[in-house]
Structure formats: C-alpha cells, structure tokens
Design a protein around this ligand. Sequence first.
Ligand SMILES: Nc1ncnc2c1ncn2[C@@H]1O[C@H](COP(=O)(O)OP(=O)(O)OP(=O)(O)O)[C@@H](O)[C@H]1O
Length: 990
Amino acid sequence: MRHSQTIALARSLLAEGRSGEVARMLEPLIEPLPPDPASADASQHLLRALLARVRLLRQDDVSGTHRLLQPLDTPALRERLAPAVRAEVALWLGWLHAWPENREADRARAFNLLAEAERFFQQELNTAGRCWVRIGRALAYLTIDEYALALQALDEAASLKERLPDVQADAWIQDLRVWIALLTGRYRRAEHELERLQVLAEQAADTLLQGRTAAYRALLEQAQGGAPSAILEAADTAEALLSGLMSPPYLLAWVRAARLAALRRQGAWGEIDRLLQRWQSGTSRETPHPVLLEAAELALLREDFDTCAQLLEQALTSPAPVQPRLLATRAALLQARHFLARNLPVRAREWAERAYRTAQELGLEPLVLEALLVQTRIALAEKALPQARSFLQQAEAFGNYFSLLPWAARRFWLLGERLEAEGQPDEARAHYVQALSAYSLLGDRYHTARLQLAVARLVRTNDPSQARALLEAAAQTFDALGVATQRQEARRLLQQLPHRVVPVESAPEAQLGHALARAALSVELVAEAWLQVLRQLWPDRWLAVFQHTPEGAWRTVRSYGTAPEPIAFPPLDRPEAFQNGIAWLRLRPMPGPVFFMATRVSETARADWEAVVARLRPWLPVVALALDHALLRARQFGELANGHTPDEPLPSPLEDFVYASPAMRALVHQIYRVRSSHSPVLITGESGTGKELIARAVHATSDRRDAPFVAFNCANVPPELIDSHLFGHEKGAFTGATQANPGVIRAADGGTLFLDEIGDLPLEVQPKLLRFLQEGEIFPLGARRPVRVNVRVVAATHRDLEALVREGKFREDLYYRLNVIPLHVPPLRERREDIPVLVRHFLNTLRPPGAPAVSITSRAMEALMRYDWPGNVRQLRNEIERALVFVASEPVPTIDLKDLSPAVQRALRDEPARPVRTALDSNQPLDAVLADTEKALIEQVLAENRGRISAAARALGLTRQGLYKKMKRLGIDPARFQRRHTDVNPTATS
Ligand SMILES: Nc1ncnc2c1ncn2[C@@H]1O[C@H](COP(=O)(O)OP(=O)(O)OP(=O)(O)O)[C@@H](O)[C@H]1O
C-alpha cells in the first residue's frame, strides 16, 4: 500500500491530538477516485477516512467530510474493500450520519454503519476503532433523545479507551458526558466532567472543543441560575470560537438560547429583539428550535400571545432535527403556559399532561419537574386545590433541585399561590417574599416585579407604605419592559392606596436581597453579606458565622470582634439557642450542612436582640437559599447515583425469567437502561433462546407496562393476510371483509407490539411498517385517513437480517429503522451458568400442582451442563418436561441420567470423564447438588489455572469479586492451588 508510513504517522499524531498537522499532511495526497471507487489503492480510502475524521471533529466541516466519503457510501462497494479499510470508512461515514449539524444525516443509517465498522474492527482486533465506534454511537443516541443509551455507549468507549493514548477520544467522551449530564439535570456531575474537558480541550489546542467547552459553561450557569454576566461571558467565548467554523454547530443554537435567557432575566428585551433579527437575517436557514423557544418565551412574557402562538406552532409542526422529543416537550410546556395566560386552562392542561408524559419517557428530570410545576399552576387557575397540592407534593420528590435558585423561586411562588388560594394570606406572603428574594438573587427583573405585585396585594391593608414601595418598583419595571397588563394592575393598586410615603429603602436589610445575590458565589461571601447587615442593626458586638463540618467540628466562616473564650456550641437541632451569654441562630434548615450565627447578649439586652431577630427572620430563608447556592457551587453536595453499575443485582424484570450468567446479567442491565426509550428494539438470537421473554421484559420494565403487550408472529400468518392482520381493515375493504378489524397495531395502542420472526415479513408489507415506524401512523385497508397510534415496536428474529438485506429479501431502510436498539440473546451453550437455575426453575414450575418436589442427581445435572442445546432454552424446558413424566410415579422422584434423552446422556458418555466428581447422595436436595457441582467446577478451574484468581474468574465468566464470594460461600481455599499446583488433584479435595 502506498503512503503507509504517512498513514502510520498521521495516526500517531492524531492520538496526540495534533490533528491540524495531520490535515496539512494529508490534504495534498488525496487523489480523485476512479469511476469504480473500490478499485482505487487502499491508501486513498484510508487517507480519505483519516482526513474526514479531522474535518469533522476539528472543523465541523460537514460538506468537506461528505465530499471525501460520499463515493464510498454504498454497502456493495464497501464489501470489496479490505476489512481494515472498510472498518475505517464505515466508522467515519457513521459519524457523518450521526453528526448533529449534518442536515442530510440519517441517524438509523449511522447506527448500522457504526455496527459495520464495529464488526471489522473487532475482526482486526482494533480497540481504538471500536472505541470511536462507541463514541459515534453515543453521539447518534444523543441526537435522537436516547440519553441512557448514549451514556452506556460512552461508558463502553471509556473502558475500551483505558489503555489507549488518544487525547481526542478522551475529549469527545468527556464532551458528550457533560452534554448528557446537563440535559438530564445532573449539574454537579456536569461541572466535574466539564473541568476535565477544559483541560483536554486546551491540551488538544482544538477550537471546536474549546468552543464547546465554553458553550457548556454558559448552559450550566444558565441551568443553575448563575449570574447573567457569567452566562454572557461564557456565551461570548463560545460564540467567538464556534461561529468561525465551517458550519455553525448545533450547540451554538443552545448557547444563543442561553444568552437570550440571560438577557431576558436582566430585562434587556430590546437587545433580544436586535439579536433575533440579526441572527435571522444573517443566515438562510430557519431559526433553530432552542432559539425559537426563547423567542416564544419572551413573547409570552410580553403578553404578545399571537406571536407566541405562531412561534410555538412553528416549533411543534416541524420537529427539530436534533433532540426532537426534548425540544417538543419544551415547546409543549410553553404551549401549556401560553394557553393558561390566555385563560384556556383546559387546553393548557392537555399540553402540560403531554409534556409530562414525554418528559418522563425521556427520563429528563428537569423537564418532569417543570411539567409538574406547570400543572400545579394550571390546577390553581382552575381552583382545583387538591390537585395543585398533589402536583406540588410530587414535585417535592425533586428536593435536590430546590436548592438551585431558579427552582426554589418557582416553588416558593407556587406555594404562596396555593396558600393564598387556601385562605392563608400570612403564610402566602411569607412564601411570596422568599420567591421575591430568590428572583432578585437571580437578577430576574420581570419575575421580581411580578412577585412585588403579589406581595403588595397581600400587605396593602396592613402595611400600605411597604405596598406602595413595592408597587412603584413593579410599575417601573413593567413600564420599562413594556408589559401592559401587569403595569396597569400595579397602577390600579397604587391608586387605591392611602397617600403616605415612608422610605423603606433606608432600612439596612432592604438591600440584603441584592447583597446576597452577589454573595451567593461562596459561603464566606454569604456570611459576610449577612454580618454586614447585622453590624448595622446590632453594632459594636462580637458577631460570627460558624459551619458545623461533617467531621463534627465547628469552623469559623466569618467573624467580627473578639470571641468569648471558650465558646459552648449549641445543639444542631436548636435553631435558636441561648447558652452562657451567647445567642445562636441557625441559618440553614436541616438536613444538610449546618450554619449558625452567634453573638454575645447580656441578660438586659435580650429583648433588643429578639427584636433584631424578629426583624431579620423573613430573610432567613433567603440566606439559606444563598448558602445552598454557594454550597452547590462549592460542590459539597452529593449527587444522585448515575444509574446501576453492572455488578449491582437488578430485580428480575419478570417473574418467570431466570438467569445467572454474566452475559444475561449484562442483557438485563441493558433492558433496564432502555426502559424509558421509545425507539424500536431488535432482538436477535437463535431459536428458543428466550427472545419473546426478553421482549416481554422490555415491556414489563417500561412505562408502558400497564398498557397491552401484543405479540404477532410474522411466520404464522399466511403472507396475503399479514397486511390486514397488522394494520386492520374497514368493513367491506375487500371481499370477505364483512366486519371492520382494528388490527394488532391498534390493539397495542399505548403499549408494545412484539413482531416475532420479522425476517418473514413479506416485502410488500415492509414499506407500510416502515411508514408506521417513521410517522407513527397506519393506513388500515379501506380507510380514508391515516390513524395515529402510539406503539413501541420490539422485533425479533433468529435469521441473519443483514444477509436478507443483501439478498434483497428485506428492505435496508426498514432494517435500519428497526435496529436502533439491538439486543442479542446468546445461545445457551455460551452461558452454561444459566443451566442450573433454569433446571431448578423448570422443575418447580412444570411439575403438576401438589406433586412432590423433584430432585436431580449430580450425573444428570452434569450431562445437562455439558450438552450443547441446539434448541436452546426451549429444548432444555422440553427435556425437563419429558424427564418429569418418567419420574412422576416414583416415591421419591429424582431425575437420573437414564431419564434424560439419549442425546443428552451421550454428552456425558462421549466426552472423556472430566475430573469433576462429586460424592453425592442421589437423593440430596437440588440446592446441595448444585452447590457441590459448582464447588467441584471451581476447584477444577482453579487447579487448571494454578490458583490464579483472575484467570480462573475469566474462565468461569465471573468477576474476581464474584469468584471470591463464591469461594467463600463454598469454603474453597485458593491458596491450596497456588502452593502445590503441580501435584494437586482437585478431585481428591472435596
Ligand atoms: N431466562 C429464561 N428464564 C425462564 N424461561 C426461559 C428463559 N429463556 C427462555 N425461557 C423459556 O424458553 C422457551 C423459549 O423461549 P422464547 O419463546 O422466548 O424463545 P424465542 O427465542 O422467542 O424462540 P423463537 O425464536 O423460536 O421464537 C419459553 O418457554 C420461555 O419461557
């Protein structure tokens, strides 16, 4: 092959992250391809693939990448390439189809190209290639809203990557992890991953990655209610770095949306208009969804309902090319709020319910929470108080989020509204005040004014001067923002007030909200802001703020004056304690980190101090919020675990589904991971391996479990009837159709449709199924209009679908569409650890009710373990059923070798006797037989591996830990096999 040295050099430079140099080196070597592209020298294909990688990953140059690889985008052509070349070409073609900015991308194709690459990389033992396949898959999953699957692919990539030097792969794994953590509301994790990404992006001197890092920073600040200035700063950096690239990356749209949200908070609405106009005129492409939704949000606040409706219509009728369901959910939430603002609560409720459902399906906590809050507001508007209470209660399950200002603000507001509706104005006011503080901490002008209005309404009778100050401030804000109705309301209330003006701004605590807003960056600053105000109200005294550390000590956060010696600290659960002349006040509610403030108070001054505390009490929740916010930033909060780890035992998804092997455990983990997904699943595996059971498990673990599971076997119905069976027909649609039939797809509405033997689906019916998968609509025979159905399809086959595609018997596009989530069930002979548990399961379930328990001899079990089971679990089940008939009449029924079918018996006889030997009584209970068989096997493998635990564990298909556990339970001492490995006879030991 030509250029082989250059290619090797390019690879090693790429691993070091020096892709700029690679581009310069490779570009001059690219030659035009001949009319038959496969006949070109292999080096040309490899050069193209490597250059494609650089153009895509470094420059975001979609069309450049496309030009390089498009001639090779045909499977028949790639089949003629050498495996190593084919893998590389398929990989970067796969990436191209996964790439969010690629407008011609076909995500389903991406998965299949990546699968093709995986096959050949595996054949070539190319771990680096396999790692890049996983990262590409993660990207593709992310673009179609499959976040759990994306995370899984990233974990796999990270474990493949472990010993490979490849800075760029590291950075991309890191990058996508940040993105997913952000979208799924795991902000602390996102912070952590982002820091590592920052280092990697700098190391790789890569503009695209640096731009993405800044973009994530802006989004993260925005999500956590960071200061608008910090968001704008990060957005500036991101935009400077990203907009210089070949095509403006999709992430740029998100950054722009974050910028608009920050400006919206600041009340710079005119600036938003200017930006929207500039972005729209600067590009011929339509406005991306994140920006569109921000524009709609602003229109909603401005009470410009027509514009809002128009923008939402646009967002909802043309789904976003990337993350369509996430963005549709956000649009639905806005639509709900929009209908509520128009006083159409019924329609609002419909949209909110829809948003809630999809948010849950997607597993995106922030959206679920948002949907609950919107539903609360709608219930309040409808005066449905019990419902409002129930929604709020459900929202409380997301307690973690409420330590973030944006969420805390909304919660306090809603609680206030609920309490007001329940006729508890004092409690309502206290909550409104907290919401008001939170919004002013956020620098959110519009909402601050809304809350000023809410508080003023409640205090105007008892405290007209405070009401006046609040209303004037609100009216001023609404005026500046041009929000007419709210401004009128503020003015109306002002006119009703008696004329008496008391300047409230002069009180020292009046500025506390702003001071805390600025201070919420660190615990020390919050303490400082608090003490500063106190010093004015309680001058010339010792004042301190302490934190109780997890180790049980007290740390001084900030203090003024001379502390008394010694200090007797208060009990943690006493918010206000008085001991030895020191008054204590707890600043943050438990649980969580505890902060107390302290001051010295003589007996005579106690009443004065209590007056100060009474005055500051309304501000305590605000300090608590500011502390929480600071703590979050300081990353002192734990985070929710990120799903299950593979070694954790999971509950069996179905009662009659048993397994023990690592392979099946991994499969069950995968089933749990895809449970909130709606993408089609394709289950492959030999006949009888349990594919239908896996399909049922997918259904049983999903949100659809209460809706029907409908199984349809494509091989059991005559081909000419499949169409009407699946899609249904109207009465009189064809001769003999005397009655309408809804068809199995409609029967499964809301649930799961299991299409068994999908390889047997006639070619004529395939386009209809494809259309259904793409559009979610079916056309029953004889129907005038399509019918929308909400069904998740799980297909299964024991046939090689790819071969069928090659033979022209199965449509390639349908195969792509079905194969988004592949699950493979291994044959039983590759997971023999399952045999004992399956045998036990079948012995228990197949014997007639009331019949005595049946045991099995160790020899019979050994034969079952050795036999190869071409018919898999089904055959094993039949074998046990058959044997049960033989032993049924015996007084102490026991299955022995002679009761098994000749082929199974032969498995034991034909093979030279293995050294596994167990001295067992054939009437022992099954558990004991299994334990002894297991013990003998483990000892044998240990002996074969000279006591090396890792090697033995691998041979047994166990983890090291798993093997240790088993050895402990069975009383095996591994040292025995290490010491005298040459002359140990394991069979003599039991
Ligand atoms: N892990 C398991 N636990 C309990 N029973 C199982 C398990 N796996 C398979 N079986 C049983 O084995 C039999 C065959 O399983 P199933 O029908 O799901 O296989 P299949 O792969 O769909 O077969 P085919 O390809 O022929 O349709 C069923 O009776 C099923 O209940």
